[in-house]
Design a protein around this ligand. Structure first.
Ligand SMILES: [Zn+2]
Length: 190
């Protein structure tokens, strides 16, 4: 049994508009995926905390990392969806996982490979964009006192991938795969 923190994106400003309507909100959608991941991890016997309790709770990274560290977690996984810069290139897609330490790299490997395998089975066009360090110092990865990784699950700026990101069946598939990757990682802990 491990103590696990899931850190869904709180980027409510990352939205996709169609005809003036919000059809995608990164913060809301990743919270939904995190809840399903929590459930899957609890079914595997882990103790799981989210960095916020509501889908649309006002939040910021500093508060969230204070909260995350207060649980003394064995690991943390941050969950995001990706976007291209402006002008948007709708054909760019795939999944990337970032890490900032050696311990985080191992966690990233388990989570990323499990997730990419599951996504690829469901969506054969999926691109595995690999496991990387970030060109910016990602705040959450540098302020958590535990091995951590941040996964950018698909691109919400790609219409086909956005449809998947909003699909409850896809949520289930992604959550199960992330949970299995985390669970395998926890078996490497002493
Ligand atoms: Zn994000």
């Amino acid at each position: 049994m491990a103590i696990i923190v899931l850190n869904p994106s709180c980027q409510y400003g990352n939205v996709v508009l169609e005809a003036g309507h919000v059809v995608y909100n990164e913060g809301h959608n990743l919270f939904d995926i995190a809840l399903k991941t929590k459930e899957a991890l609890e079914n595997l016997g882990h103790e799981v905390y989210l960095t916020r309790s509501l889908r649309d709770e006002a939040s910021n990274l500093e508060t969230e990392m204070q909260k995350a560290n207060s649980f003394n977690p064995d690991l943390m996984v941050s969950l995001h969806s990706d976007a291209t810069g402006e002008p948007i290139n709708p054909s760019v897609g795939g999944t990337t996982t970032f890490f900032a330490s050696e311990a985080g790299y191992l966690l990233a490997e388990y989570v990323h490979h499990s997730l990419c395998r599951a996504i690829g089975n469901y969506y054969p066009k999926h691109t595995d964009r690999g496991i990387k360090t970030h060109w910016l110092k990602l705040y959450v990865l540098h302020n958590i006192n535990a091995p951590a990784c941040l996964t950018e699950i698909l691109f919400h700026t790609n219409p086909e991938e956005r449809k998947l990101l909003l699909n409850p069946l896809f949520h289930q598939i992604a959550a199960k795969a992330i949970a299995e990757g985390i669970d395998t990682y926890t078996k490497t802990l002493g």
